[in-house]
Design a protein around this ligand. Sequence first.
Ligand SMILES: *[C@@H]1O[C@H](CO)[C@@H](O)[C@H](O)[C@H]1NC(C)=O
Ligand SMILES: *[C@@H]1O[C@H](CO)[C@@H](O)[C@H](O)[C@H]1NC(C)=O
Ligand SMILES: *[C@@H]1O[C@H](CO)[C@@H](O)[C@H](O)[C@H]1NC(C)=O
Ligand SMILES: *[C@@H]1O[C@H](CO)[C@@H](O)[C@H](O)[C@H]1NC(C)=O
Length: 518
Amino acid sequence: MNFQFLLAFSIFLSFANGYKILFLAPMNGKSHFLYISSFVKALIGRGHEVTFLTSNSLRNLNLPNYTEVLVDPPLEMSAMVKQDDFVDMASASIFSCVHLLRDMPRIFNPYTLQNANIQKFIHSTGLHFDLVINEEFYGDSMLMFAHKFKAPIITICPFGVPEYIDRQQGLLTPISFVPHWMLPFSDNMTFYERFLNLILNAYDWAVRRYQFIPTEEEYVQKYFAHLAPLPSIDELHKNVSLVLVNSHRALSPPRPSMPSIISIGGAHIKPAEPLPKEIQTFIDGAKHGVIYFSLGTVLKSSKLPKEKLDAFLGTFKSLKQRVLWKFEDDSIKNVPSNVMIKKWMPQNDILAHPKVILFISHGGLFGTSESLYHGVPLLLIPFFGDQHRNAHRIQTAGYGQFMPFPEVNKDSFSKTINELLSDESYLTKAKETSAIFKDNLVNPMDEAMFWIEHVCRFKGAKHLKSHAINMSWFTYLSLDIILANVVILLAGVLVLYKIICALVSRKKQTTAPGKKQK
Ligand SMILES: *[C@@H]1O[C@H](CO)[C@@H](O)[C@H](O)[C@H]1NC(C)=O
Ligand SMILES: *[C@@H]1O[C@H](CO)[C@@H](O)[C@H](O)[C@H]1NC(C)=O
Ligand SMILES: *[C@@H]1O[C@H](CO)[C@@H](O)[C@H](O)[C@H]1NC(C)=O
Ligand SMILES: *[C@@H]1O[C@H](CO)[C@@H](O)[C@H](O)[C@H]1NC(C)=O
């Protein structure tokens, strides 16, 4: 026991001389920022020096050993996605989502790279980093910082495991049972679903290969020109040592992986802290439980159609439960007495409260996983990206239901809520999932820290990388071997055929004269 303690302590001491880490997450999205900053704080907590390239400042926290390169002014979300589109998005096709993820980076990446602070940083001299961490969200041009600082790269993917991560780490995703990351299918796909899966995978691959990556190349050629000769983005991808993915076996179906793809789902979830007085009193006073309602940080309340707003308010009024509603417009009229509206809510702490019995959400992965961590059933109203997938997944798994946004009206909304509240099975299933989610060998954030330090300690951890990343798809799929076998087989058949022909004709020759004699 004592020895183990000493060992643990000496391991801790060996971290005391921390690493210098450059953390790149310039995309301005509130929920992404909250997610990423939990890693920044954890790294600093372990004594590392972090330089954070971001659109949202953490300076007010007075963190030690912390330097910031701020994208100032930040790019507003509305410059990337029209708010009205968001409402349309709820019923848009999956292909338009692929297009959106091609078009958004064409706005935010050049915006970041030409920003004065970032330009200064790109042209800085004398800085050294042991590691570059990049948020894996279509910011591939940022990888060039790893070339500038001659440092290994780790990426953190906030939305699960996209197929290009598998490819980057040397694994061809088996699409017969692994649905594309945007698709809402399970691992038991019908013929039609597998057909769609193949089409979407091929389409996404082509858009990435022929549209997204070439544009990112243009940006690096333009903004990192002084560092020429530059490696290609493909080469930088091959140099990504490790990918931390926001995924957990409790929440997604099994799939094959690589040792350099580490699932750290739930890493951002912290133990609950005390609630603000007003919210605490509101929840404590609820006799029939509390519903927490939040459509995330992207959808602006002013863009919510009036009939939807009325459907929400009308439904809540008819409930005996209390409702906490995170909504940035807290001046709405006719708010029923059982509803509290606030611009900001401590989501994780609310979901951790035992009286909270339902979470109504847009289905972002961060909130969905917080809810399941605390065993709260879900009603999801998905809009875009991975939200449709999350929505279908929770319904299939039995810990919630989803409603397409266009179909939300007072009748359907209250019917679904009442069903979720009256049927015990949703709660049972959510509690069961919560137990699996919490059953980890080590805390997922500690695991993330271990792997980040592992890559620093072993200067890029080359031993995690398979030679598969350097193989052509022809050799990867053993098509050359199959071809060689076919050739050998054909040659064999041909030789056999020739021999038989020769034998037959010889027999004919020897027997033919006999025939004549008859
Ligand atoms: C700051 O970083 C240095 C090493 O880079 C480390 O020794 C020191 O403990 C860190 N300070 C804090 C307060 O974490
Ligand atoms: C790849 O990473 C190593 C460190 O692991 C670094 O020395 C090398 O310069 C990187 N290569 C490129 C092309 O950036
Ligand atoms: C897979 O789905 C089919 C229907 O599409 C169903 O008949 C079958 O039972 C499912 N298999 C499993 C193991 O769930
Ligand atoms: C892949 O090829 C590059 C360039 O030839 C080489 O530097 C790298 O070590 C190879 N990686 C693996 C994992 O085989």
